[in-house]
Design a protein around this ligand. Structure first.
Ligand code: GLN
Length: 454
């Protein structure tokens, strides 16, 4: 086959499905065909790499040169970046075909893809259900066969939770493993870029393609990228897999529990040793996250003032009025809620009680992981307490929405890697995800365990 044929297939699939799913915010059909033609030249010349001619989608949070980048927000409705994010540049250099930009919660704030300026995105397994979020469009595009794979970002679960809800593989790398340069910032100490794919091997390939040091991101780590593929089939015999007791709680849906219990038996059968462990500060994760993430967001989002980026709403009353009109009209309710929460947590008189306290709790959470990773190689947990919920079910209750990330947030606070792999279905036929949490920079070992389960 040719890259051209594969690209055409991808685009035809989008044409026939996306009217109902709404995964794409912006399509790049013409550019994609040009890239496919270039990929075919390489394929014929025998100089192709593993990504040459592969149709990929990008969450609309990645800066793409000359291609509109909205971050799911009205305030960036007309924003066209003048440069590519480092991860996009790397994919292009390796011959990937960029099919388009994918739906997401506004500024990556959400767990359901319902806060997007491009409208809700639907779960392909049941279109009355959410796909999860914030990288909902990325998970949907992969699950529905619109693209071979996609990139998302994960600040508190936004790769792993939608991957779980859509029955695909999603990986959040260790903080610093992948460059954030050109990725629109939500909470900079938590954000990481990662792959969403149909299987574990694709995940290993795509991670290798984007990982590595970038001098333009001072938090990226200068450390060699292992050959994830080479060790992929080594199995889990003799590995110690920890089962953190705090993740098997009352709120856990019995069908999710059943699927995760069955996965444990699979690992036991493959020769892994399952070890009960404890991460005692887990209970504080959601509260800690919603202070730190909103504090950082309030600061990061200060740049959208109608002057330098995106849409401007002119006010009659001068500069301050213009700022106010622009931000009032440009940001959605959830983004405004977070800016207010974060500004409050950082304000003088409250900083010590909220932000500083949250940073201390974050250290305790991180130390929990350091302690258990001295005992075990990996952790096994559910990804989310339930399978995908109904569209509209949690929109009026932010706390319920926030609690859907209870099992994914701790890995972001600790900075370590974690991934979601499909592990079954509930009675309604909706996919259930299994989470593996690895040691810092332990992506190789984690992928190996994920591969063994497939
Ligand atoms: N749902 C979480 C939030 O709203 C996580 C989002 C994310 O990982 N980007 O903050």
């Amino acid at each position: 086959t040719t890259a051209m044929a594969v690209t055409r297939q991808s685009i035809e699939r989008i044409n026939s499905t996306d009217g109902q799913l709404n995964a794409f915010v912006t399509r790049c059909d013409d550019a994609a065909f040009k890239e496919a033609a270039a990929a075919d030249v390489q394929l014929r010349a025998g100089s192709a790499g593993p990504l040459t001619g592969i149709p990929l989608g990008l969450k609309d949070i990645f800066s793409t040169k000359g291609v509109r980048t909205t971050c799911g927000s009205k305030i960036l409705d007309n924003y066209v970046p003048v440069y590519d994010a480092t991860v996009v540049e790397r994919l292009r250099k390796q011959g990937a075909v960029i099919i388009g930009k994918l739906n997401m919660d506004e500024f990556a704030m959400g767990s359901s893809n319902e806060t997007s300026s491009a409208g809700v995105c639907r779960n392909p397994w049941d279109r009355n259900h959410v796909p999860g979020g914030s990288s909902g469009g990325s998970a949907v595009a992969v699950a529905a066969g619109q693209v071979a794979a996609a990139l998302g970002t994960d600040t508190g679960g936004s790769i792993r939770q939608p991957a779980a809800h859509c029955g695909v593989v999603g990986l959040k790398p260790t903080y610093g493993r992948v460059s954030r340069y050109g990725v629109i910032a939500y909470a900079s100490s938590l954000d990481q870029v990662g792959p969403i794919t149909r299987n574990v091997e694709d995940c290993a390939l795509l991670l290798a393609a984007i990982a590595g040091y970038d001098p333009r991101d001072s938090t990226s780590v200068d450390r060699p990228v292992p050959d994830y593929q080479a060790s992929l089939n080594e199995g889990v015999a003799g590995k110690k897999i920890g089962l953190p007791r705090e993740y098997f709680i009352d709120g856990l849906d019995p069908e999710v529990k059943r699927a995760v219990d069955a996965a444990m038996e699979v690992y036991r059968g493959l020769g892994a040793e399952l070890v009960p462990v404890s991460l005692p500060h887990t209970d504080y994760s959601v509260a800690c996250y919603y202070l730190i993430a909103t504090a950082e967001a309030s600061s990061n989002l200060a740049r959208y003032d109608g002057v330098r980026f995106g849409v401007r709403h002119a006010g009659a009353g001068g500069l301050i009025d213009m700022y106010q009109q622009t931000r009032s009209a440009g940001f959605g309710d959830e983004v405004k809620r977070r800016i207010m929460l974060g500004t409050y947590a950082l304000s003088s008189g409250y900083y010590d009680a909220y932000y500083l306290k949250a940073q201390k709790v974050r250290t305790l959470i991180r130390q929990d992981f350091t302690r258990v990773f001295a005992q075990v190689d990996l952790l096994l947990t559910p990804v989310a307490p339930t399978a995908a919920f109904k569209i509209g079910e949690k929109t009026d209750d932010p706390l319920q929405m926030y609690l859907s990330d209870i099992f994914t947030i701790p890995a972001n606070l600790a900075g370590t890697c974690a991934m979601s792999i499909p592990c079954g279905f509930d009675a309604a036929g909706l996919p259930i995800g299994l989470q593996l949490i690895g040691k810092p920079f332990g992506e190789g070992e984690m992928l190996q365990a994920a591969r063994a389960f497939e």
